[in-house]
Write a protein that binds this ligand. Structure first.
Ligand SMILES: NC(=O)c1ccc[n+]([C@@H]2O[C@H](COP(=O)([O-])OP(=O)(O)OC[C@H]3O[C@@H](n4cnc5c(N)ncnc54)[C@H](O)[C@@H]3O)[C@@H](O)[C@H]2O)c1
Length: 320
């Protein structure tokens, strides 16, 4: 409130020709008596507390632009694992909010269906067969997005697989290799290719999908949990190394989400899963997509290195 009053006084004293100084709630884009931000910057340059006042104004303007809140208009995004579950929901949400989306997956028919769904809703998308365990495929993926749309701004690295349940000591080596190649090395391949391009432009934003299983031990999933813990650490590494280059890197750690693999389980098993959650239900893919979209958006412009749990409170439960 003091900030608003300071602004009122400064505007009234220094630029009476602008007329009545706006109330803070009136500072919005579009019609009305909004004073353009550059004008305000000009006025306030000679006053103390410039950055505070301007910061509040920018945040308020952004909040008021409800139509553009978390808008991806003009942005190009890659979504790995975009053919199903969390990746599909992410691809559709980003496209619905204006992004042109490259759906990258190994599941070609499902990927084509997602693209067709997006296009029939008026969005723009392409599908590319990409196996994230191949470094070459990851590079081709980035090139394809740039060739198609001329730029790349955002990447959601969602592709991942679960593991055949086993204990740590007698897990098959092939299980370890498969999970590490896709869930950990695959994430590195994608991040490396994306960062390589982001370094050549004015930055970009990356969100990696980890898991609550990467934050605490879970029975039967040693390789998966270790790989996802690695994804969280790789995210932190990326955030630190590339902050000066305008690149933000965050991860999302979903709890139990009702994706196609879970939906295919017998009803009684699904009910048991749901009952084990603090809120009595599993999450929906869209609820993870929303966290991913926020972290990719300009509204998270100062967020980097965060591992964002989105789990309905599961992590707060005492392990059984
Ligand atoms: N569903 C959950 O409860 C849950 C919880 C925590 C984390 N996650 C993570 O979320 C991500 C998405 O999981 P989901 O539940 O939506 O699964 P999903 O099986 O519905 O989707 C995963 C997608 O990744 C693709 N994929 C698999 N291997 C690939 C590869 N080598 N290259 C490219 N694409 C590949 C699949 O074809 C599929 O389309 C995964 O990383 C998973 O580990 C899921």
């Amino acid at each position: 409130m003091r900030t608003a009053q300071t602004l009122q006084r400064v505007v009234a004293q220094t630029r009476p020709e602008l007329g009545r100084a706006p109330q803070l709630h009136e500072c919005r884009q579009g019609k009305g008596d909004r004073i353009p931000i550059p004008e305000i910057a000009g006025i306030l340059e000679i006053r103390p507390h410039t950055s505070t006042v301007l910061g509040v104004l920018c945040a308020w303007n952004s909040f008021q632009r409800k139509g553009n809140f978390m808008s991806f208009d003009g942005k190009v995004a890659i979504v790995t694992g975009g053919a199903s579950g969390i990746g599909e929901a992410t691809a559709k949400l980003l496209a619905a909010r204006g992004a042109r989306v490259l759906v990258a997956d190994v599941s070609d028919a499902a990927g084509a269906r997602v693209v067709s769904d997006i296009e029939s809703s008026g969005g723009s998308a392409r599908y590319l067969h990409v196996d994230v365990s191949s470094r070459d495929d990851a590079r081709k993926m980035v090139h394809h997005a740039i060739e198609t749309w001329g730029d790349l701004h955002l990447a959601a690295n969602v592709a991942g697989i679960g593991q055949t349940p086993s204990r740590l000591h007698d897990m098959a080596e092939s299980t370890w290799d498969l999970i590490m190649n896709i869930d950990l090395k695959g994430m590195w391949h994608c991040m490396a290719a994306e960062i390589d391009y982001f370094l050549s432009r004015d930055g970009g934003a990356i969100v990696n999908v980890a898991s609550g299983a990467g934050m605490r031990a879970t029975v039967g999933q040693p390789a998966y949990g270790i790989a996802k813990a690695g994804v969280i650490q790789m995210t932190r590494q990326g955030a630190l190394e590339y902050a000066k280059d305008g690149i933000r890197v965050n991860s999302v750690a979903p709890g139990l989400i009702d994706t196609p693999a879970v939906k295919a389980l017998p009803d009684d098993v699904r009910a048991l899963y749901a009952a084990g959650q603090p809120g009595g239900r599993m999450g929906e893919p869209l609820e993870i997509a929303q966290t991913i979209a926020w972290l990719l958006s300009d509204e998270a412009s100062f967020v980097s290195g965060l591992n964002h749990l989105t789990d309905g409170g599961w992590f707060q439960m005492s392990p059984a």
